[in-house]
Design a binder for this molecule. Structure first.
Ligand SMILES: Cc1cc2nc3c(=O)[nH]c(=O)nc-3n(C[C@H](O)[C@H](O)[C@H](O)COP(=O)(O)OP(=O)(O)OC[C@H]3O[C@@H](n4cnc5c(N)ncnc54)[C@H](O)[C@@H]3O)c2cc1C
Length: 399
């Protein structure tokens, strides 16, 4: 694809590369390239650097502080960030709730929330799923009844990613009082996580890391002015947000970077008299993934172009989500195969800068299997891949 860049696009790519080489903090870069967990402070520090450069919000219209980039520019930016080892932007504020606020929010809500999201002054999380409402999201049971100029919220959200970092949560709640699957009784609320009555229970993922939570609401009072749009119209806004989320989950740039890294590692891994990269079975698998990833890149460019002109991505976001996560998981498998038994011991301390003990595996191998297991999630969250296939059947194939 690089061969097709115009001169202006090549100049833009050089500008991004120079910015990254001068501004990406070395400690953060190292963590990303080694697959170590980033702290909240790491993520916020990097996003504030992007903000100061005016590059925090690639998907926002310029009038709200977005970059106004073309689809190709966005793709160049994402790719260069991934190759340089920059963290991916935490999506909940900048990529998920912000498009809902600038599309459906009141002027007062735009002024109140967008500047802090743009500057990464606040951390958002997503309160959609519930213990008995995941794929079947419309059957959610968290209630919000009206009490004067407040809603009183009761219920439990689950799988809420990084809620323990969050200052605010955007929630789907049932305002109509009715139960069942009535979508016209669902509203979209913005809730301050510091409000009395909100408690969290951690859920540990396979790597022992606190990534997700349950969020409990016990008579939580939320001002009515924090409702997005009309009461009972939350389902419409929620679906728009989901198409942005699914487009984002495709993570094409990240996969391209991981594939390049796999090529380097396999090229340095002995296999008989040659290297793993020259092993015909491995090379065949690698080539298939590389070709499919290239095809996905073009689909992503088409989708990003629609977003640039102000449209929400359509059902093609489901195609991106399915293929993007399947390919990412295939690339994880390549990394696990390269790491082989070197990836079995879990020794995260070997990756610390001051480690001076015996190295029992390569640094690259240490996190390979963990990444493999952790990333099984990507075909589940944002709406499982089976549900995306149902959407394609209905919305694209008309079945
Ligand atoms: C790591 C992680 C992070 C997450 N983060 C968040 C978050 O921050 N905020 C949030 O709101 N949610 C979050 N989620 C929740 C996620 O969106 C749900 O897990 C997902 O929608 C699936 O719902 P479920 O877990 O209830 O599974 P279920 O809906 O119970 O599904 C179980 C299985 O049945 C299949 N299935 C269900 N219905 C159908 C059907 N009609 N046709 C075919 N197959 C079907 C599913 O594909 C799945 O394989 C996260 C999930 C994970 C794993």
């Amino acid at each position: 694809m690089n061969n097709e860049y115009t001169q202006a696009e090549q100049a833009f790519r050089d500008e991004v590369r120079q910015f990254l080489s001068e501004n990406l903090p070395e400690d953060i870069r190292r963590k990303v390239l080694l697959g170590m967990h980033l702290t909240k402070e790491d993520c916020v520090r990097w996003q504030k650097i992007l903000y100061r450069r005016g590059w925090a919000a690639a998907n926002w219209p310029t009038k709200h502080g977005g970059t106004g980039w073309s689809a190709t520019q966005k793709s160049i930016f994402e790719t260069e960030c991934a190759l340089a080892g920059a963290p991916e932007v935490v999506p909940f504020g900048l990529k998920m709730v912000a498009p809902v606020i600038f599309t459906f929010g009141s002027e007062q809500q735009k002024q109140r929330f967008l500047p802090d999201i743009l500057a990464s002054n606040v951390w958002w999380c997503q309160g959609y799923s519930e213990p008995n409402a995941g794929s079947d999201l419309a059957s959610l049971k968290t209630t919000a009844y009206r009490d004067g100029d407040h809603y009183v919220v009761n219920g439990t959200k689950t799988w809420t990613t990084l809620a323990h970092y969050a200052d605010w949560i955007f929630c789907l709640v049932r305002t109509g009082g009715s139960q069942g699957k009535n979508q016209t009784a669902i509203s979209f609320l913005l809730i301050d996580m510091h409000t009395p009555g909100i408690t969290l229970s951690p859920i540990l993922t396979l790597d022992g890391y606190r990534e997700v939570n349950e969020v409990h609401f016990d008579n939580v009072r939320v001002p009515v002015e924090n409702r997005i749009g009309e009461e009972g119209q939350g389902w419409t806004y929620a679906k728009v947000l989901l198409t942005h989320e699914r487009t984002n989950i495709a993570r094409v740039a990240h996969s391209r970077c991981q594939l390049q890294r796999a090529r380097e590692l396999a090229g340095a891994t002995p296999d008989g008299d040659t290297t793993l990269m020259e092993n015909p079975v491995f090379a065949h698998k690698f080539a298939e993934i590389e070709i499919e990833l290239l095809a996905l890149e073009y689909t992503e460019l088409r989708t990003l172009d629609a977003v640039r002109t102000g449209q929400a991505p359509g059902p093609e976001s489901s195609i991106l989500k399915i293929r993007g996560t399947e390919l990412a998981q295939s690339i994880d498998e390549l990394h696990a195969e390269i790491a082989a038994c070197g990836g079995l011991p879990y020794l995260p301390w070997q990756l610390e800068e001051d480690f001076d003990g015996e190295r029992v595996a390569t640094d690259a191998a240490i996190n390979s299997w963990l990444r493999y297991f952790n990333n099984r999630k990507s075909s589940i969250y944002g709406g499982s891949n089976e549900i995306q296939k149902n959407i394609i059947c209905k919305a694209v194939l008309g079945l």
